[in-house]
Write a protein that binds this ligand. Structure first.
Ligand SMILES: *[C@@H]1O[C@H](CO)[C@@H](O)[C@H](O)[C@H]1NC(C)=O
Ligand SMILES: *[C@@H]1O[C@H](CO)[C@@H](O)[C@H](O)[C@H]1NC(C)=O
Ligand SMILES: *[C@@H]1O[C@H](CO)[C@@H](O)[C@H](O)[C@H]1NC(C)=O
Length: 240
């Protein structure tokens, strides 16, 4: 019984601590956002604005550490002194929220806000990245072994290889960049392989490379043998 109560107490304490930790981590949360080129982003201060807001200044500290004013709102007038933010940046005078559309890599960095000339504690970190390209698998024949082909994906992003059953296949590093896998001839014409590129903001998968297209040589004879009779048939039908 005693144990039950002490357990109940410690549970209650745990819940309390959890709530306190949750609330404090909420108020000091540093915002860290990753976006793709062309996306838009909005940052809004956590704390509510003072009753009478006379000025809002959003500053941008770029990755080289240089600070510029991104947008300034001063008693009804909005200024965008830096060309990097012109035509794509707005600020909401009620919430303090900044919105930047059509992002470029150069918009990466840290954003801070001054309200009524007082810098707020909160920091907003933005990383703008290019989307990964759609990868193309390049098959590379191996001289002495007609039954295997190396498939290469020569990109620097994270690479995920899969086969037609959706199984992830371990790739080996290629120099200077990328990975390869070795595809073996299994005589199953529906087998295929794909290569997926991934980064923090995007993912693209290659067109599938079918095993039947990798090991064509030995089948060419059969294919020709199948095509010729049908051509002859067409000619015969036309003659009739
Ligand atoms: C604040 O913004 C709203 C529109 O978002 C505008 O109508 C209003 O005039 C602005 N207030 C001032 C003081 O500029
Ligand atoms: C191709 O695959 C073979 C067999 O796995 C491997 O030994 C070789 O290094 C690969 N070659 C290239 C150029 O990736
Ligand atoms: C896909 O790869 C897994 C693991 O290597 C293998 O067991 C499975 O048979 C493969 N499937 C095809 C269709 O190649």
């Amino acid at each position: 019984m005693k144990e039950y109560f002490s357990n109940k107490m410690s549970l209650r304490r745990l819940i309390l601590i959890t709530i306190v930790v949750f609330i404090t981590s909420e108020t000091v949360s540093a915002v860290d956002v990753k976006k793709a080129v062309g996306d838009q982003v909005s940052f809004r201060p956590d704390n509510s604005l003072p009753l009478s807001v006379t000025s809002i200044i959003w500053k941008h500290i770029n990755t080289a550490g240089i600070t510029v004013k991104a947008i300034e709102w001063d008693e009804g007038e909005t200024l965008i002194p830096n060309q990097r933010f012109q035509g794509i940046t707005t600020v909401d005078n009620m919430t303090g929220q900044i919105t930047i559309t059509n992002l470029k890599v150069e918009h990466s960095g840290v954003y801070t806000i001054d309200i009524n000339s007082k810098e707020q504690k909160q920091r907003f970190t933005l990383t703008v990245m290019e989307r990964v390209p759609k990868p193309v698998i390049e098959p590379e024949k191996i001289k002495d072994n007609p039954n295997v082909v190396n498939l290469t994906c020569k990109y620097s992003e994270t690479i995920i290889w899969k086969n037609s059953s959706g199984q992830i296949l371990p790739g080996l590093a290629l120099h200077p960049k990328g990975e390869f896998i070795t595809a073996e001839k299994t005589r199953n014409p529906v087998n295929f392989y794909t290569c997926t590129l991934k980064n923090a903001v995007s993912e693209e998968t290659s067109a599938p490379v079918y095993e039947r297209d990798l090991f064509k040589e030995s089948n060419r004879g059969c294919a020709v043998a199948a095509v010729i009779p049908s051509i002859i048939m067409v000619i015969i039908i036309h003659l009739l």
